[in-house]
Design a protein around this ligand. Sequence first.
Ligand code: PMP
Length: 406
Amino acid sequence: MSSWQPIYARRAERMKASEIRELLKLLERPGVISFAGGIPDPELFPAAAATQAYGEVLADQAGASAALQYSVSEGYAPLREWIAGHMAGRGVPASADNILITSGSQQALDFLGKLLLTPGDTALVTAPTYLGALQAFSAYEPRYDVIRPHASNRTPASYADEAAKATSGARVKFAYVVPDFANPTGDTLSLAARGDILDLAAELDVPVLEDSAYSALRLEGDELPALQAIDAGRSGSLDRSRVIYLGTFSKTVAPGLRVGWVCASRAIIGRLVLIKQASDLNVSAINQMVMHRLVEGGRHAELIATARAHYRRKRDAMLGSLEAEMPSGVSWTRPEGGLFVWATLPESMSGAALLERAVEEAKVAFVPGAAFFHDGSGANTIRLSYSLPQEPTIAEGIGRLAALLR
Ligand code: PMP
């Protein structure tokens, strides 16, 4: 080949390496305290239980045959049943037919982009939002428009008009939100904001993609209802709901098994099953069977309780150090859950420039916030994750960062 460039499809132009993936390499540099990776703490992984579960699944001929075979695209039936029960616990009247097992919720983001977006269509996102969602959607060449759930919002008509103006005849196709302890801000949508987003979606008659990746990791305060629970109540049934819920075991059990799910109307699940077949046939049967063993019989609740206590200590260490050390002019969020604190630097400062100096001079890493804005704004913001370092290391790292900022 003389040049690959002219051969690539147009959608490939918008695919770029995630800054975060590049940054994860910093984790390996000796002496660098990293607040960069948004990944779960491996200390929490149920390694012994997983070893036992793999052994049990493979112990007899019938189990081994099923575990090592191709399987149905919808997912392992007992796991779908379990998830339907879990969704009922969140106030969503789901049955197993409303569940599709996916390879993490990341795959669901890709599938929903594929199902819903024609090039030029508008996707409504918050700014900032989860970078991996932008990457997944961008392959389907949407335009983005911003929802501001906490501020006064634009009228539904203005979203529709701008979508049609930007690409002749195109429309808003969905709103994507991470309502609980969002990546990257740690923010949670109030009950009123949840209602507002559902109202906006109803006016535009579009679906809401509810990414619940961190919902189980509430560290304080009362649980708020899932948008899907509110909407199923409003519309009378899950099959009539406009909310498509993305769940995952990555933050509560382990991301390495790659098991997540979509909970939605049977019409949407049926469409997604076709995409699943074409994409990779099914999620690894053995991993689904193991995941089922890891969560059934109250085990999921135990894992969540342990994770909450663990991350609560780390969050408190980070917030305490920020309070004690940061110079004036720097502000930050106080998340009620999840893994992230979002800090805003003085207007004139750049998070990316600070990162370079922080790694060199203070041996501290984090993610510059601009990566999470679809339009590259947010230059003076940074994301700090407290997930991986131990508490004394968190204090040390925030102390070093604050000294550099001073
Ligand atoms: N949504 C959000 C908001 C995330 O932060 C992540 C992982 N970082 C995902 C989805 C994807 O996670 P997974 O594919 O492991 O379920």
